[in-house]
Design a protein around this ligand. Sequence first.
Ligand code: IMP
Length: 431
Amino acid sequence: MSGIVVVGAQWGDEGKGKIIDIFSSHADYVVRYQGGANAGHTLNVSGKQTILHLIPSGILHPHVQCIISSGVVLDVFSLIDEIANLKQAGYLKNKNQLLISESSAMLFDYHKQLDQAREHQAGSKKIGTTGRGIGPAYEERISRRALLFGDLFLDDEKLKEKLIKASKEVLFLLTHYYKQEAPSIDSLWEKLKKARDTLAPYRHSNTSLIIDQALKEGKKVLFEGAQGTLLDIFQGTYPYVTSSATTAGSALTGAGLGWSNIKKVLAVSKTYTTRVGHGPFPSECTPEEQLYLEEKGQERGATTNRRRRCGWLDLVALKYAIRLNGINSLALMKLDILSGLDTVKVCTAYNINGRRIHEYPVHFEQLSQCQAVYKEFPGWKQDLSRIVSFDDLPLTARQYIHFIEEELKIPIDIISVGPNREEVIERSSLF
Ligand code: IMP
């Protein structure tokens, strides 16, 4: 039993990619199990930045076997670009380092077009999606029309037949409801036939079996979550969520394995909160505070370059994430961004219609009415980036961390103090 699930405890962009990259040096496998190219995992290694959207964040370590499992929606052409970029940067020299499940659903430009058309029509009521076609691709999968990755390798005519069948409803919507020009399925078919050669080396018919065997042999497997708990389709701030289940249970269904294989759920959270897109955000900060966190924390989306909304750490939301995921360890990211502030705030409860509550309201109308109740801490001024031991942190930073640990009742085992791989304090070993 050596599987560890790494999940985002907030609304995504917590720094999961950096954590996976660091612990990949001790891991044998890294598995992506949900989401698609809406994710943007940023890795800073030896002064070079790599942004991954679909490929697991263990890929920079040549000994790690990376798997994209069947719960993922696979943007075929984005994947081809990502593979090319990695190869150009000197990674993925061995084709066996990446395996893609033949049962993952493929995502095409027509899904993106529908996603964007819906957002455009919704105007001020839009979700604020990444425009990467995630919702339409999962809809196609759920309605049992999707083309799976394995279908790419069918003979030409069979592939075309499946493509026409799968795309029929989306094309109808695009043309007749959104009054847009429908993309050519013939040219998509031509492009797909050419994509086969590039992707064939990575296809695998049974990645769930590979993971199962690895776990039985005692290999160390990291399951890399994308997005965050509050974006979960079932438990998040619906309808301002993504279209996949982002909580830890999704690692089991998306990768295809039983619960007893999971040894630990590690959650990743920033020392403050960010959110991209629309939806309620009780601990959202003032415009001046937003400016500070956005600039110092470089809070712009890795996938869309959109500015991220910023807020203070929200313990009500984190407790909800702990409950939903069964989290037993926390990685606290970007402590260095708070250095320089006179006061650091933490949201400990919400006020709603004159009542004080400590449980996260599930309904979005209720959440929208919540006002954050804050506890304030004195800040610290020192540069933290070279600190490798918890005891060397400024006293006020340690007090802030101790408070969070006591409130959440789980250990903060990892503290990140800078963007680079080595800028991290490890208080206990992950595996
Ligand atoms: P979608 O996943 O593109 O459909 O977008 C739905 C919501 O999830 C929007 O609010 C997006 O901004 C958000 N979202 C999707 N992926 C990410 C991510 O990787 N980080 C942060 N937010 C995300």
